[in-house]
Design a protein. Structure first.
Length: 212
């Protein structure tokens, strides 16, 4: 684990991987769509590793979303996760992995969505790309403005509680996006298996991304 996105007081050796895929048989004992039950499993993983943050989930096939109607609107069920989740305590500070500016922000408050969300624009080696931060506190959206500069390492948001982050256990959804298309304050974080090649091309693995 090399990507520092949370409070720097949490050392990187306090991060541990977590598997929320359909292949993890331990999840049969939990209701992952319920934030309390999901948190119970996260606590087990953290205690087992003596860690503070559980992370993972890029291109993970999950059952976590099957109770949310907007993930199951047609035959193209959306269950492939396009970012990385960092599961830890509500209120934990979120820091910028590199300098950028606020592209947009929005409270995506429908069931199963991101809740409060911030998208930053970055310019690196003549290339523009974007990073998305979902499941934040409502206060994270206060006093923001489009174009506001955010410095590398700056704390600019905090993780939200389940009643604010649309009924998930507290975590950060982090996603790298090459092209935002027409989205403002939002971008799909979960896709169908059929659409996964297209989204994988536009949303590279943050762990393997060249951060300059």
């Amino acid at each position: 684990m090399k990507l520092q996105l949370l409070d720097p007081k949490i050392p990187l050796d306090q991060y541990t991987p977590i598997d929320l895929s359909v292949h993890n048989q331990e999840l049969a004992h939990y209701t992952m769509s319920d934030p309390a039950s999901c948190q119970a499993y996260i606590d087990v993983v953290l205690e087992r590793a003596n860690a503070q943050v559980a992370y993972g989930g890029y291109l993970e096939h999950r059952n976590l979303y099957r109770t949310h109607k907007n993930f199951n609107l047609n035959e193209q069920v959306r269950n492939i996760h396009l970012g990385i989740d960092f599961w830890t305590k509500a209120g934990t500070a979120v820091i910028a992995p590199l300098s950028g500016s606020v592209h947009s922000f929005k409270n995506n408050a429908s069931s199963g969505d991101y809740g409060p969300t911030i998208i930053l624009a970055h310019h690196l080696k003549h290339t523009t790309f974007y990073t998305l931060y979902g499941h934040l506190s409502l206060e994270s959206l206060y006093n923001l403005s489009v174009g506001m500069e955010i410095a590398k390492g700056q704390s600019f948001a905090r993780l939200g509680t389940p009643e604010i982050n649309v009924n998930y256990a507290p975590h950060l959804h982090f996603q790298v996006i090459k092209t935002l298309e027409t989205y403002v304050g939002d971008y799909p974080g979960v896709c169908s298996k059929a659409d996964s090649p297209r989204y994988k091309a536009n949303c590279p693995d943050p762990m393997g991304f060249a951060w300059g």
